[in-house]
Design a protein around this ligand. Structure first.
Ligand code: FE2
Ligand code: FE2
Length: 441
């Protein structure tokens, strides 16, 4: 009799507990398959898509960007420098977002059911170099998990970098043989998380553009959802260095990839340098605006300034000077060869990363339109999940030492004294290509 009296409240308690855990698990999964990091929500607000963006000086500066589900009124980043994961109350520094707004959305094209979002961008400044920063983003009462990233060191080359491009989806499904629109991109993103977990010296991820089919929220929403797969199991976020491609030209790109003043420089900037340390500089160029004029002047000055100063000088941009699949003669590619390549050669750039073609490639060293051991090697050409095209290895700049094939990949660069090992890692995490370069400084 006594047992029966206690059984009823106990069963009620058990049911409530099941409902609670069911609610929690539903909230942390996407409609698009697979689960992403959990989100803390208030009644009306949720925050998502937390990311770290680097521009010029990643040893002391970072842009933190995120999406909220409602407009809200108060958006901030709470953070602290710490070697250990802090409690929420230990996140004693805070910075308000500098740029917020409703993300443009065309409901008539929103077949993928992207939720309405609001963009937020905050800048963390005066950070200490080579340090772990724990942070979370909050919109009103809703806050994200606590994530962390590492700032760049002041000097040295005791780190690795990842490079890749072309993670877009969508377009005409028939064209891509009815392949899943997301699967390969999600696998590549999970591979990036695994690479960082295995090698914590990986500092940042350089993305060579064509993020989505176009920069409308119906695609970007899912790109940001999928990008959360790159977050490691201990919530490390790999800072992104972004560039702009021909599929990134809509307003959603500027709304969601804000780089401070760079975003608006010359109306459509997105060209800048990133000093990973006093030994490593990366120049990001924009192939989707004028290659001459202000950008070329800036490039020449930046090359002149940085070649004598840095042991390693790299350049990345979207469209290829040395395409592996699209026609070599195309006017936009020829213009890169005409206006930029002579400068990159004059200032002895150590390596160039290109994207756009949806292939895996490594050229032979090129100087004055010929194979030359003193020339520049160009790698690429976009394989972060976008369906791969057939490459043409018969072109002269792939013969006798180059490579052109079709394979999803991400490039990893690791420095060793005066040399750097460059590896292409495939979708099965196998090494597809590997070579060593020596600093030209
Ligand atoms: Fe492209
Ligand atoms: Fe592309």
């Amino acid at each position: 009799m006594i047992n029966r009296i206690y059984k009823i409240p106990f069963l009620f308690f058990l049911t409530q507990l099941c409902l609670f855990f069911c609610f929690i698990s539903c909230e942390s999964s996407t409609e698009n398959g697979g689960s992403v990091k959990s989100r803390v929500q208030s009644d009306d607000m949720k925050v998502m898509h937390t990311r770290v963006i680097w521009t010029n000086e990643p040893s002391n500066h970072a842009i933190i960007s995120w999406t909220s589900s409602d407009q809200g009124g108060r958006h901030l980043v709470q953070y602290v420098q710490s070697d250990q994961k802090p409690s929420e109350s230990a996140l004693r520094e805070s910075v308000q977002s500098m740029r917020d707004g409703k993300i443009s959305i065309d409901e008539s094209k929103n077949q993928l059911n992207s939720e309405q979002g609001y963009f937020h961008h905050a800048e963390m400044v005066n950070l200490d170099p080579d340090s772990k920063y724990y942070f979370r983003v909050c919109s009103d009462d809703a806050c994200s998990d606590i994530y962390w990233f590492r700032t760049a060191p002041l000097s040295g080359t005791d780190f690795s970098l990842l490079f890749g491009g072309d993670s877009r989806i969508g377009g005409n499904e028939v064209e891509y043989g009815h392949k899943s629109r997301h699967t390969e991109r999600q696998i590549m993103n999970k591979n990036i998380a695994t690479l960082v977990e295995k090698d914590p010296s990986i500092l940042a991820f350089v993305h060579g553009a064509d993020f989505c089919s176009n920069a409308e929220w119906r695609y970007l929403y899912w790109w940001f959802e999928d990008y959360e797969y790159t977050i490691t199991s201990d919530n490390r976020i790999l800072p992104l260095i972004i560039s702009r491609g021909n599929h990134d030209m809509e307003i959603g790109f500027v709304e969601n990839f804000w780089l401070g003043d760079i975003s608006y420089k010359n109306s459509d900037g997105y060209y800048f340098n990133t000093e990973f340390s006093s030994d490593v500089n990366l120049i990001t160029l924009n192939t989707e605006t004028s290659l001459t004029g202000d950008q070329r002047k800036w490039l020449e000055n930046e090359l002149k300034r940085s070649r004598p100063q840095y042991k390693w000088l790299f350049v990345q941009y979207h469209k290829p000077a040395w395409p592996a699949t699209k026609p070599f003669e195309r006017e936009d590619f020829a213009r890169i060869r005409k206006h930029w390549i002579p400068l990159l050669e004059e200032y002895d750039v150590d390596l160039v990363v290109e994207s756009d073609g949806h292939t895996l490639k490594r050229t032979v060293p090129i100087l004055n339109n010929k194979k030359d051991d003193k020339g520049i090697i160009y790698i690429g050409e976009g394989g972060l999940g976008v369906p791969q095209r057939k490459a043409d290895p018969a072109r002269w700049y792939f013969k006798d030492g180059g490579l052109a094939t079709s394979a999803h990949h991400v490039w990893k660069m690791t420095f060793k004294n005066n040399s750097a090992q460059v590896s292409a890692i495939g979708i099965d995490r196998n090494i597809l290509d590997q070579f060593t370069i020596r600093s030209k400084q």
